[in-house]
Design a protein around this ligand. Structure first.
Ligand code: PLP
Length: 424
């Protein structure tokens, strides 16, 4: 980092040395008023891989050709369509084959997993989560508690940053787990916080949770395809994610879930049943008794949404081709460069752009959350006017996520230029 400069030259050199630079051309970069945008919102909706159209078209062709027989005769038979993801997804989240399944949507999957892993008793009934969790997760947790005729006020323990701080300290999470002790039924945290970009210490949270006898699950909406995950090594009990953020699989795209191997064939883990979770051998003999597949697939209720899965496959093929290690390596450089640029702007002006995302690269993914002290939405509008797409949170937080697949160093330089000139 030492020889970086806030210059176009430096940015272009970094781009030249980037072994993944050609992957940008695999994506459609949105145009605004005829100009290519600088798209830093892959944390919200990833860009479209160019191959998506042909993958979906293939399924449309098979559907028009075969009708119902496509379930067997399509090039990728629809009956088992979800199975094509096992290999790709397993690598991305660090799991075993039997621990993952791609199905439904994220909040739905969270509910299905909570039904299995939140089984409160008189003694053990609390859920630990982060304060200001993503709203859908908050609603899901509240309603799951109410489903058991309990009161969220008594059951939900929300951990927050210390006074005057923006980031929750891992040590505070660990000591809170210890304090709640045997009343703790479940820990459910966003592995990467959507607002601050903070990555939680999933390994040690899981370890501590297990020490007090709780289940531990993570919402990985902002983690998957962003940071390196080792769910099986960390012995995480369950996780779920969506595919349309860093996984670039299209709006409302299909979700994925992980259930640790200890649980997948444990009949004591209750799961809501549907026909696609039933043993494949006699599924179509339609037996009365539900007989779950001894893998994470048994959480799957319905047959595969093939069209949205085709988009997912087009994107995951790119992930498999490149691998998370290389993506993460570039991601760290991009985000460090963005941080460098912002610090440089601060040093050379009276502006106060405060990055609330942790500085330690092990505690963040690609997203930086920046508080623009003294500025309001006008700053966001200035960025938009210059075709820079970032995310704005009232009153003054910018979230910018340089994504290794399609963003480059020159874009970060240009973003810096606009910021510097506006803010000075
Ligand atoms: C994006 C996101 C969601 C979205 O849920 P959907 O069911 O896909 O609409 C939920 N939780 C978190 C933490 C997210 O970041």
């Amino acid at each position: 980092m030492t020889n970086w400069e806030f210059s176009l030259d430096c940015a272009r050199k970094l781009d030249e040395n980037d072994e993944l630079r050609s992957y940008r051309s695999h994506f459609f970069i949105p145009n605004f008023s005829g100009r290519e945008s600088i798209y830093f919102t892959g944390n919200s909706l990833g860009l479209q891989p160019k191959k998506v159209q042909s993958y979906i078209q293939k399924e449309l062709d098979d559907w028009s050709k075969f009708g119902v027989e496509g379930h067997e005769k399509a090039q990728i038979p629809w009956i088992n369509y979800h199975e094509i993801f096992t290999h790709d997804i397993q690598k991305i989240v660090g799991a075993k084959k039997k621990e993952v399944v791609v199905t439904h949507s994220l909040t739905t999957n969270l509910h299905l997993l909570l039904v299995s892993f939140y089984r409160p008793t008189k003694k053990r009934f609390k859920i630990l989560c982060e304060k200001k969790a993503f709203p859908s997760d908050q609603y899901a947790l509240h309603s799951q508690i109410e489903l058991h005729n309990l009161n969220p006020k008594d059951c939900l323990d929300e951990i927050e940053p210390r006074n005057g701080e923006e980031i929750i300290r891992n040590e505070d999470i660990l000591s809170r787990i210890q304090e709640i002790g045997e009343e703790l039924a479940l820990i459910m945290i966003g592995g990467v916080n959507y607002y601050s970009g903070q990555v939680f210490d999933m390994k040690n949270i899981t370890k501590k949770g297990h020490e007090v006898g709780a289940f531990v699950g993570f919402d990985l909406a902002h983690g998957v395809g962003n940071i390196l995950l080792h769910l099986n090594d960390w012995e995480v009990d369950f996780a779920a994610w969506c595919s349309y953020k860093y996984l670039n699989s299209g709006p409302g795209g299909v979700s994925g879930m992980y259930v640790n191997e200890r649980h997948v064939d444990n009949p004591k883990i209750f799961r809501l049943a549907g026909w696609w979770g039933h043993n494949k051998k006699d599924r179509f003999q339609m037996p009365d008794q539900f007989n779950p597949i001894p893998t994470a697939e048994s959480w799957q209720l319905s047959n595969a949404p093939v069209l949205s899965m085709a988009a997912h496959k087009a994107s995951l093929d790119l992930f498999t081709e490149v691998g998370m290690k290389k993506l993460r390596k570039k991601s760290i450089l991009l985000t460090n460069f963005m941080e460098f640029i912002i610090e440089n702007i601060n040093e050379n002006s009276s502006s106060r752009l405060e990055i609330i995302t942790p500085k330690n690269i092990n505690h963040r993914g690609c997203q930086l959350s920046i508080i623009a002290h003294g500025f309001g939405k006008d700053l966001f509008e200035e960025l938009s006017k210059n075709h820079i797409v970032v995310d704005w949170r009232e009153p003054n937080v910018i979230r910018a996520a340089p994504v290794p697949f399609y963003n480059n160093f020159e874009e970060i330089f240009r973003f810096g230029e606009i910021l510097k000139n506006y803010i000075k």
